[in-house]
Ligand binder design. Structure first.
Ligand code: FMN
Length: 221
């Protein structure tokens, strides 16, 4: 008997080579380093989709509708993959003290069909994946720790055991002198990008590896 682990990384950042996507790539590489791992990364900004439209089709007590999102758009195949994942890695920069709109829209479409309004509130998806969040932001890390804890706790309740990795006081521009951005200490940000960001990426790699180890499923072969 072997072991397999199905990894899905969801990138909720607009740019594929900046802070969030880079950290998420490290988390994904960490997860993929585990034996039996297979997976892919989906970039939400490449897709054409909307958040939950509140049609309530997923709450209908009909086999073909219950626990499925009835909206058909660019997110439809991604939702099927997320439901089948053993490890889900989700990356978002912090925009206005929250995750990006695209990440939020993904969560609405993923979370809502996976819960009922029944008294017991038992999650209905067949798997309970391990979830690793990746957040990057300009503010110091402790600024949003209650927000991260809240999101992680909601994810753990609705989807599966979750944790997070962060990079804070990230480098937003290469050359701060070209932008209206005097509030930033450009030297400090640059130094952190060179010295701290690689360590944050290592922590993300380690988180991915750890979650994939824990998410491994036995196979029959
Ligand atoms: C529209 C917008 C809103 C932002 N809001 C916040 C914020 O509320 N708090 C914060 O710490 N950083 C904020 N930032 C900064 C980003 O979170 C930070 O630079 C992040 O690392 C960017 O990720 P990226 O490099 O993957 O694009 C904001 C950036 C943008 C573009």
């Amino acid at each position: 008997m072997g072991e397999a682990v199905n990894i899905l990384a969801i990138c909720g950042a607009a740019h594929k080579s900046r802070n969030t996507a880079t950290m998420l790539r490290n988390a994904f590489d960490g997860a993929m380093s585990v034996s039996g791992a297979s997976g892919e990364t989906v970039y939400l900004y490449d897709l054409n989709f909307k958040g939950c439209v509140g049609c309530h089709s997923c709450k209908l007590l009909e086999e073909k509708k219950f626990a499925r999102c009835a909206v058909r758009d660019g997110l439809t195949p991604v939702l099927a993959k997320a439901i089948d994942a053993d490890v889900l890695l989700i990356g978002s920069p912090i925009y206005f003290s929250d995750i990006t709109g695209e990440t939020r829209s993904f969560l609405e479409r993923y979370f809502f069909p996976g819960l009922t309004y029944n008294k017991d509130r038992v999650p209905v998806y067949p798997k309970r994946p391990k979830v690793g969040w990746v957040f990057t932001m300009n503010a110091p890390g402790e600024f949003y720790k209650d927000f991260f804890a809240g999101l992680v706790s909601m994810t753990s309740r609705m989807i599966g055991e979750a944790e997070y990795a962060i990079a804070y006081q990230t480098q937003q521009f290469e050359d701060y002198s070209k932008y209206a951005a005097t509030a930033f200490d450009a030297e400090m940000v640059k130094r952190r990008h060179i010295e701290q960001f690689p360590r944050d990426c290592e922590a993300a790699f380690e988180m991915g590896r750890r979650l994939a180890e824990r998410g491994r499923q036995p196979t029959l072969d």
